[in-house]
Write a protein that binds this ligand. Structure first.
Ligand code: ZN
Length: 428
């Protein structure tokens, strides 16, 4: 599976994505090739009101450059799509370096990198380049060309729903609007796609929905058109920056005590002890749309590199060299651990609650040769002690400081042995 994730990232990397346009469509089409079922793609027309926003004109670009009078390109979109400010209006003019300069963006403190810049909602044009390249430009006239169109069209997003036994949904949401940036965008697309394949290959309790939408406006459009889905969201995560080597960071939901907050904290405690947990704040990625007061959907965020906090962020250094297949595989495994907690979490009632049930006569004590559950006897005693109909298995794992695998395994043995019953209507 990791190789397939890597191939997806490699294929998506060169595509010039933005919040609308053929780059998004090509991206969704390539994602679909790796999904277990067709991607449902929605096309929302320019001018459509979505919550408090309006779908903008669609942007497409074919070529762009700044050239010397002899035709030599000194800035070339063909070399890197980061060279053009995303959503640049078309232009074809000859101008002096002094006239061109206000439209050039660099990172003086990181002089070898090309910055990533956008101007979605204020019509303008511009080029991004390294400070070194700018410093090397002679004072001359330049041919400036951006062959783009900004015209009525559509905003595209895709989603995949994997129905489960329960109509309650777990939503994983990732943005699909960044051009050639590997960690910030492509890594989370790859992990989400691999997780969808994995979930489709086995039975699951919850309905899983994967949303691949352009940042902000795309998720807002999805929410505007799926208001009836929101109350069914039992848990969710936005997935971002999952390919770099930073420790995992889990950002909690607005409320901070949702099941996903507890499930993620437990899975991370067990699998990546050096992780970080942070409280919700209304910036970062689209968790702020899901958690807004009108929705308050319990959607946290899983990331490695944190939004705006690593030096490669939104620069040409966020390249394929910055991420690795091993990091993607580790991120997928972490997502699977979180899903395992959500899938297995139950609230049970002990059917022999007065005193300690005699496990031996039920073949449950000391005769556990057939399982590989660590500390099983102690885990069973913790589950029996806390199964009063009020503590779910996550809270039992927390209180006992035992692994999720032990607590879940113990609970399943006790349930199968007739000592536990689901108090939340669950029999399985
Ligand atoms: Zn970004």
């Amino acid at each position: 599976m990791p190789d397939r994730m890597w191939s997806l990232v490699e294929d998506l990397y060169p595509i010039c994505r933005s919040i609308t346009g053929d780059g998004v469509r090509a991206t969704l089409a390539r994602i679909e090739r790796d999904l277990p079922a067709p991607l449902l793609v929605s096309e929302v027309p320019t001018g459509t009101q979505v919550l408090d926003w309006t779908v903008p004109n669609e942007w497409n670009i074919r070529d762009a450059y700044v050239a010397r009078p002899d035709g030599t390109r000194v800035i070339d979109f063909g070399e890197s799509n980061l060279h053009v400010v995303s959503y640049s209006a078309p232009i074809r003019e000859r101008m002096s370096l002094a006239e061109l300069r206000p439209h050039l963006y660099t990172l003086p403190e990181l002089p070898d990198r090309i910055p990533y810049r956008t101007s979605y909602y204020a019509e303008t044009w511009g080029f991004c380049l390294s400070q070194r390249a700018l410093d090397a430009l002679p004072d001359d006239d330049y041919e400036v060309s951006i062959d783009s169109t900004l015209a009525p069209g559509h905003l595209s997003y895709g989603e995949l729903v994997l129905p489960g036994d329960d109509s309650a949904e777990v939503v994983f949401s990732t943005h699909v609007c960044h051009p050639s940036l590997a960690d910030d965008n492509l890594s989370s697309i790859a992990v989400a796609t691999a997780l969808a394949r994995d979930l489709a290959s086995r039975p699951h309790r919850y309905t899983y929905r994967f949303v691949f939408a352009p940042g902000t406006i795309g998720t807002i459009a999805w929410l505007a058109r799926n208001r009836e889905v929101v109350p069914r969201i039992r848990a969710g995560l936005t997935l971002t920056c999952l390919g770099d080597g930073s420790p995992f960071t889990y950002k909690r939901t607005f409320g901070g005590t949702a099941e996903i907050d507890r499930a993620a904290a437990l899975a991370l405690r067990d699998s990546v002890p050096d992780h970080v947990e942070i409280d919700f704040y209304p910036f970062g990625y689209d968790e702020r749309q899901y958690n807004s007061p009108g929705f308050r959907a319990p959607v946290g965020s899983l990331m490695r590199g944190r939004h705006g906090r690593f030096p490669e962020y939104h620069t040409s250094a966020d390249s394929l060299e910055f991420i690795s297949a091993a990091n993607l595989a580790e991120s997928l495994a972490t997502m699977q651990a979180i899903v395992d907690v959500l899938e297995g979490n139950r609230t049970y009632a002990n059917l022999a609650p007065e005193g300690e049930p005699q496990l031996g006569k039920r073949g449950l004590y000391g005769a556990i040769g057939g399982t590989d559950i660590p500390d099983l006897n102690l885990a069973m005693l913790w589950v029996l002690t806390l199964s009063d109909g009020e503590h779910d298995l996550i809270s039992i794992a927390d209180r006992s400081a035992m692994s999720w695998a032990s607590i879940r395994g113990a609970a399943e043995l006790l349930r199968d042995g007739g000592l536990l019953t689901g108090s939340d209507g669950d029999r399985t």
